[in-house]
Structures are given as structure tokens and as C-alpha cells.
Design a protein around this ligand. Structure first.
Ligand code: OAD
Length: 240
């Protein structure tokens, strides 16, 4: 681990366009479970399989059940950024890191102070009426009984990308631009099994691809440095 941390430090000190690409593992140290670990959301038992609940067709047909899950399992409004979020925000502040690209919907990078955050799968902090488009704050959702409705009567939908839904074009285009420009790409806390998000990594052309993850990923072979560990601890060990 010592040598790996040293290499990570060297990579960072010789880079000026770092991009971070992350997933649910970045927030586990903030108390938010990931999806595919043994204690992740997809291993837990619910009335319906969680992978089905977080799909467009389920939202449309079983809206009340979707919201039971959403409010109980996807809203973590008391969670606080952990050392991984904080170090990434610091790297941006000193001008080394240009973008965080995240699959997370929890807003913790912004809470830590990151400014350029590209949310591939949306955010629970944005919600809109499916009829008239009016926006609603997350507190309106958490405080609602059952399915939240707009003043016009329409159903409110969280601005999160469910399975069967497309990712936002602008977010994709900007993410590709940053990954193409990056001289260092740090990937962390993601199983890299969900597309099209994971496919974005193919745009990286540099020679400092770092993977920080607790378990193996399909990209380990292609990485210039793999650190199997907790991302909060690893990033916290970097002194800027
Ligand atoms: P996963 O749950 O698939 O993967 C999380 C990864 O993070 C696993 O490989 C863990 O080993 C690792 N991990 C967990 N805690 C960690 C820690 N503290 N430090 C380092 N690594 C850690 O989550 P994602 O890859 O984000 O999409 O999943 C991608 C998408 O699948 C999600 O955005 C979500 C889900 O279905 C939608 O809901 C559309």
C-alpha cells in the first residue's frame, strides 16, 4: 500500500487535468449503502427486487411502492461528505481537478464543496412535476405522504435516471470532453458494470489511470495503478 500511495502522490503532483469518475462506493463511508456489495441495496429483501423498483416501468405502474423505496432507501438527507468527497473538492480548489463525474444521486460532492460535478444518474435533490414541469425541493418529497403530487395534480418525479431511461445528453457530452482532456483519471467506488456510464472510460487517452476500489473491477487490467482499499482512507492519505 505504501508504494501505491507514493505512486498516487507522484501521479497527482505531475497532473494538471485530473478527472474523477465515481460511484456508490464513494458514499459508503458516509453511511449510504452501495448497490452490489454483500451489504448493498440489491442484496436486501424488499417486496419487489430493488433492481426492478428503480426502473421507469416500475415507477409508472407502482408509483406508491417506488416512493416507499425512494424515501426509505435513496434519500439520505442527513449524510455528510466523507474524506473522499472532501479531498476531491480540495483538489479542484487548487486547480488540479477539473471535474467529478458521478453515478451517485446523493449530492455529497457538492456538499463537500465540489463545483464541477457531472451527475450521470441525476440527483434526488431535483424533482419535477411530470405534467407541468414545476420543480420541487427534496423536502417536499420527504415530507409528503405516499406519492407526492404537484399543485396542478400531476405526479412529481425525482430527477434520477431510472433503468430504461436515457442519460442526459449534455451531461454525457461534457463528461466525454473532460475525460478526453484528462491527463489523469481516478476511478473509485464503482463496480463499473453499468452502461452507458462505464463506457465513458473508453474516452480516456492518458497514461495515469488509477482505480481505487474495495473489490476487483473489469477495468483493473487496463489501469496504471490499482489500489484495493477504502477510497476515503486512500484519498485522505494524500497531502496536498
Ligand atoms: P456498485 O454498488 O455497483 O459498486 C460499488 C463499488 O464500490 C463496489 O465495487 C464496492 O466494492 C466498492 N466500494 C464500496 N465501498 C467502498 C469504499 N469505501 N471504498 C472503495 N470502494 C468501495 O455501485 P455503482 O458502481 O455506483 O444506477 O453502481 C452503478 C449504478 O448501478 C448506480 O448508479 C445505480 C445502480 O443501479 C441507477 O440506479 C441507474
Amino acid at each position: 500500500m505504501h508504494n501505491q500511495l507514493e505512486t498516487l502522490r507522484q501521479f497527482i503532483s505531475t497532473s494538471n487535468y485530473i478527472v474523477f469518475f465515481g460511484g456508490a462506493g464513494v458514499s459508503t463511508e458516509s453511511g449510504i449503502p452501495d448497490f452490489r456489495s454483500v451489504d448493498g441495496l440489491y442484496s436486501q429483501k424488499y417486496k419487489y427486487p430493488p433492481e426492478r423498483i428503480v426502473s421507469r416501468s416500475f415507477f409508472m405502474s407502482n408509483t406508491a411502492d417506488y416512493y416507499d423505496f425512494h424515501k426509505a432507501r435513496l434519500l439520505h438527507m442527513d449524510a455528510k461528505p466523507n474524506p473522499a468527497h472532501i479531498k476531491l473538492a480540495e483538489l479542484e480548489k487548487i486547480g488540479k481537478l477539473k471535474a467529478v463525474i458521478t453515478q451517485n444521486i446523493d449530492g455529497l460532492h457538492q456538499s463537500a464543496g465540489s463545483v464541477k460535478v457531472l451527475e450521470l444518474h441525476g440527483s434526488v435533490y431535483r424533482n419535477f412535476c411530470m405534467e407541468c414541469g414545476l420543480n420541487y425541493e427534496v423536502k417536499f418529497i420527504s415530507g409528503s405522504e405516499g406519492v407526492p403530487h404537484c399543485s396542478c395534480g400531476g405526479v412529481i418525479k425525482p430527477d434520477v435516471v431510472l433503468f430504461e431511461e436515457a442519460l442526459d445528453d449534455d451531461v454525457m457530452v461534457e463528461s466525454i470532453m473532460h475525460i478526453k482532456n484528462a491527463d489523469m483519471l481516478i476511478i473509485g467506488g464503482t463496480s463499473l458494470g453499468v452502461y452507458p456510464a462505464a463506457g465513458l472510460l473508453n474516452y480516456y487517452r492518458g497514461s495515469k489511470l488509477v482505480l481505487i476500489n474495495k473489490s476487483e473491477t473489469p477495468w483493473d487490467e487496463r489501469a496504471d495503478l490499482v489500489i484495493n482499499g477504502s477510497i476515503g482512507e486512500v484519498l485522505n492519505a494524500i497531502v496536498l
